[in-house]
Design a binder for this molecule. Structure first.
Ligand SMILES: Nc1ncnc2c1ncn2[C@@H]1O[C@H](COP(=O)(O)OP(=O)(O)O)[C@@H](O)[C@H]1O
Ligand SMILES: [Mg+2]
Length: 154
């Protein structure tokens, strides 16, 4: 599905819808260049989950965990990390939910993952010369979101 994002507000709104609708254990891989709107989207997700704490990019802490909302939110940003460093972070802990409590995991710069979860929602944020900014959402693996989820995003 392609969603047009003409403004920051539109990106926040999409995130908010995701925060309200996504089921527990969903992993979101966020792809897109610097400034594409990945963190903005996660801020919207936080709002949709009813997290009132400000969501800031986990640039130095690597993983931010928010426990306050409808579901837990784990926010990872791999921007500054080398593949070896990403491995040391054990990112799979945040999608297998064995050692961490179940929630929703959102990973910025997911293209830097040395290995990927088997099932996830990919959200690519692009800025095309004539079409402008868009989010491209794709289910990967056996992730299968309800038809009502997709309808709510329209
Ligand atoms: N759809 C949009 N249209 C215009 N500006 C946007 C949009 N989405 C986000 N922005 C702006 O782009 C800037 C960078 O966004 P950010 O979410 O930090 O990007 P990233 O995390 O991908 O580097 C912010 O100032 C944000 O307000
Ligand atoms: Mg960011």
């Amino acid at each position: 599905m392609i969603i047009e994002l003409p403004s920051t507000k539109a990106t926040l709104h999409l995130g908010e819808q995701l925060g309200k609708l996504l089921p527990v254990r969903t992993v979101l891989l966020l792809k897109g260049n610097l400034g594409a709107g990945k963190t903005t989207l996660v801020q919207g997700i936080g709002k949709g989950l009813s997290i009132t704490e400000p969501i800031v990019s986990p640039t130095f802490t690597l993983v931010n965990e928010y426990t306050q909302g409808r579901l837990r939110l784990y926010h990872l940003d791999l921007y500054r990390l080398k593949p070896q460093e990403v491995e040391k972070l054990y990112p799979e802990l945040y999608w297998e939910y064995q050692e961490v409590a179940p929630g929703i995991t959102a990973i910025e710069w997911a293209q830097r993952l040395p290995y990927q979860p088997s099932d996830y929602l990919e959200i690519q944020l692009v800025n095309l010369p004539k079409l402008g900014r868009q989010a491209i959402l794709k289910e990967v693996g056996s992730l299968s979101l309800k038809a009502s989820f997709w309808e709510s995003l329209r």
